[in-house]
Design a binder for this molecule. Structure first.
Ligand code: B12
Length: 281
């Protein structure tokens, strides 16, 4: 094993990092780890990618060159297949030289209490004295409604009922491919307290562009301080990117309706200067 593998941790390229394993590696210090392939600390990973070249020997060499530049040494080309006349798909398996510093992994923890449906309803009655109005939609050209429906529809997700089940939440679900001006108009008509948008397609960063355009449109249409809570969700948003996207909160993969309902109570409570009894403890 070369010394660079054990003594030269690479800075992380993007935060937060995903935690793979927390078991310390023999020959490394503290919580520095390497991927596991055949044995502890061998650093083996498998990656797949496409290069815009026809499939031939030169293409395979190009794939291995890329693997080496990504810090995979040695690297094995385990699969190469032409996808059309001008592109080749590759799978490369090899040992990475990079180390993972588990201590430096940043995890964003939930910063509000998880409430039962009864507690959510009570808190809304206390803070608003009327039902909380939620307007939801899949915006842009995105037609992936399963995620937003999982949060909004009464049938819910992961054994939890959706927001429609809560007696103090009124849900207006606009469905798929809703244009931003339409969403803004409907939110105003319904006097929405919160607007929930879903973005699943990430091609060409569509989720980022659409969410940023949506938040800008709301800021333009509403007086300052009166913009509804803006919440975006989908499997590929970066945690912690809410500020950059101009929204109040991002929810990712595996979100459950109770988490969203609890957040709504927390955020509405903050706006109206009331907190749920759990938060007061
Ligand atoms: C079902 C599906 C479809 C269905 C959608 C049906 C429907 N009514 O939704 C159909 C067949 C229509 C479809 C079409 C397409 N699809 Co599709 N589809 C999928 C698939 C298989 C599952 C998505 C899903 O339902 N997940 C289950 C839900 C519950 O999970 P979720 O969306 O992550 O939602 C959870 C959280 O993210 C969060 N959440 C989500 N939204 C929100 C919103 C808020 C406010 C909150 C709080 C939380 C929240 O809470 C949810 C519950 O935990 C995925 C692949 C996959 N396995 O994920 C591809 C996938 C999303 N599709 C993809 C593609 C490319 C397409 C098409 C472009 C294909 C094509 N060439 O035509 C079209 C696009 C159509 C369009 N205009 O949008 C790609 C997207 C790639 C990318 N990086 O953008 C994927 C990843 C497949 C792939 N690997 O290539 N698709």
């Amino acid at each position: 094993m070369s010394s660079s593998r054990t003594t030269d941790p690479q800075p992380s390229q993007s935060a937060p990092d995903t935690l793979v394993s927390t078991v310390p590696v023999k020959g490394t210090q503290g919580s520095v780890i390497r991927p596991y392939g055949d044995m502890t600390g061998d650093g083996m990973v498998q990656v797949s990618f496409t290069l815009p070249v026809p499939h031939d020997k030169r293409a395979e060499g190009a794939a291995l060159q890329l693997a080496a530049k990504m810090g995979m040494a040695p690297a094995l080309l385990v699969h190469a297949k032409a996808i059309g006349p001008e592109h080749t798909f590759f799978v490369v398996y090899g040992s990475v030289t990079h180390l993972v510093e588990v201590d430096k992994v940043v995890v964003i923890e939930r910063d509000f209490p998880l409430l039962s449906a009864k507690e959510v309803n009570q808190a809304i009655r206390k803070s608003l004295r009327r039902p909380l109005v939620v307007v939801g939609a899949c915006i842009g050209t995105d037609a992936h409604t399963v995620g937003i429906d999982a949060i909004l529809n009464i049938k819910g997700f992961a054994g939890e009922k959706g927001l429609e089940y809560y007696s103090e939440i009124r849900v207006v679900n606009l469905g798929a491919q809703v244009l931003v001006p339409e969403l803004v108009e409907r939110a105003r008509e319904e006097q929405a307290d919160a607007v929930l948008v879903s973005q699943v397609v990430t091609q060409r960063d569509a989720h980022i562009h659409n969410t940023t355009a949506m938040s800008a449109a709301f800021r333009e249409a509403y007086p300052s301080g009166k913009v509804p809570l803006l919440i975006a969700g989908g499997p590929r948003f970066e945690e912690g990117s809410a500020g950059a996207l101009g929204v109040d909160r991002i929810f990712g993969k595996g979100t459950t309706p109770a988490e969203v309902a609890s957040y709504l109570v927390h955020a509405v409570g903050q706006r109206h200067g009331t907190r749920s009894s759990e938060e007061q403890q």
